[in-house]
Design a protein around this ligand. Structure first.
Ligand SMILES: Cc1cc2nc3c(=O)[nH]c(=O)nc-3n(C[C@H](O)[C@H](O)[C@H](O)COP(=O)(O)O)c2cc1C
Length: 237
């Protein structure tokens, strides 16, 4: 039975579940399996690679090949991840991810870091839906103003969490859902059916993203980021 939400309508998927991008781990096979199962698979920046390339042209060539591989395995919608960092060293890679999404007309881009205004218009012109990742409600408001189609909230529990505050999924999601009118996707620490239900109870309009393995590594990452964040204040809103 399909579960219809604003997100499933937006993306043309059966269930409001997104497989979060995990750099090289989320390659074409995983992405196609998730999309075939009715969720939204997402290719990571180094999707399917064992040795990353430092050449943006080669990175793009590999990503395009992964997009074609997914298309050979499924006709369902899938996304690619755009790390939209603007520093001069990283920008050529960010451009390569954006150009791949545009030229290949993928269904959606999951954008992290940088300004949500940077690529949104170009992606929309190519018919690509834009989901922007945030770790604070203020970022969600900014992304909504920039015209994105949905907000991915990533709580402090998330593997490789990018934020500087330790706002947990259960505290962040309701704040973001209150702050914006867009579909909100909850991520961070969600790994099973029970976890899937909690954010939906605390805030309507919420969908799910995440990965359900790598538990040991994730615990290490969380421990490390807790150390990094100790002493910071949590904003109250
Ligand atoms: C091994 C690993 C690699 C990741 N790589 C990326 C990445 O390349 N891009 C990205 O946007 N998020 C990346 N993430 C974060 C995930 O997309 C997601 O936000 C997070 O895993 C969700 O929380 P969870 O780990 O509790 O499921 C990564 C996470 C892990 C565990």
């Amino acid at each position: 039975m399909a579960i219809n939400t604003r997100l499933t309508e937006l993306l043309g998927i059966k269930y409001p579940i997104i497989q979060a991008p995990m750099n090289w781990i989320s390659g074409a096979d995983l992405v196609a399996a998730v999309s075939n199962a009715g969720g939204l698979g997402t290719l990571g920046p180094n999707a399917g690679q064992k040795v990353p390339s430092l050449d943006p042209v080669e990175v793009k060539r590999r990503l395009v090949a992964q997009v074609h591989k997914v298309r050979g395995l499924t006709d369902k919608p899938f996304a690619i991840n755009i790390t939209a960092a603007t520093n001069p060293l990283y920008k050529p890679f960010a451009d390569a991810f954006m150009e791949t999404a545009v030229e290949e007309h993928v269904a959606a881009a999951i954008v992290i870091m940088g300004s949500p205004a940077l690529y949104t218009a170009k992606l929309h012109d190519a018919g690509v839906k834009v989901l922007h990742c945030v770790t604070r409600p203020e970022q969600a408001i900014k992304a909504e103003k920039a015209g994105v189609d949905g907000i991915v909230t990533e709580g402090f529990e998330g593997g490789g969490h990018l934020g500087t505050e330790d706002l947990t999924t259960m505290t962040l999601v309701p704040q973001v859902a209150k702050a914006v009118n867009l579909p909100v996707i909850a991520g961070g620490g969600i790994a099973d059916g029970r976890g899937l239900m909690e954010p939906s109870r605390s805030a309507l309009r919420v969908s799910i993203w995440g990965h359900a393995s790598w538990q040991h590594w994730k615990a290490t990452l969380i421990l490390n980021s807790r150390k990094r964040c100790s002493g910071l204040k949590v904003p109250v809103r």
